[in-house]
Design a binder for this molecule. Structure first.
Ligand SMILES: [Zn+2]
Length: 141
């Protein structure tokens, strides 16, 4: 087993255990490594810089085995369906379109799509207020 300190694009820190480094890479590639707080798959190994290390003791809230987990999953799926049915899908142009909306270059509207880790980091830097869409595992079945 190998232990990684992980961090998502919203700076949530959490711990991940993997069979080995290759298992981490494979799971991350398939979008199976998600932040337990905001459910984004935009996670990465935390950089052990002194400023980051200082907050390493920070704990995240987790739960397992509660009968309402299924309800929570269904609620997230419903929420995702609502967003995806009412917002415009912009594919991998998300960062570009989000920036236009944020800077009011176009009419305000709801969009959803995909962005790379680099694009997400740039959006955060620009102060664009966007949210991760909950990933719904059932969809991949
Ligand atoms: Zn997160």
């Amino acid at each position: 087993m190998i232990h990684y300190s992980l961090v998502c694009d919203k700076s949530h820190k959490f711990d991940g255990w993997f069979a080995n480094a290759a298992a981490y890479d494979a799971q991350k590639q398939r979008g199976l490594v998600t932040c337990p707080i905001c459910l984004t798959t935009a996670v990465d190994k935390a950089i052990m810089a002194p400023s980051v290390a200082r907050t390493d003791g920070e704990k995240v809230s987790l739960s397992i085995g509660h009968p309402q987990h299924q309800q929570l999953r269904e609620a997230m799926a419903a929420l995702r369906n609502k967003v995806t049915s009412e917002a415009d899908y912009v594919g991998d142009k998300f960062a570009e379109e989000a920036r236009k909306i944020h800077f009011k270059e176009v009419d305000q509207r709801g969009i959803y799509g995909e962005a790379t880790k680099e694009e997400v980091a740039a959006l955060i830097e620009d102060g664009v207020d966007f949210m991760p869409l909950p990933s719904v595992k059932e969809e991949h079945n």
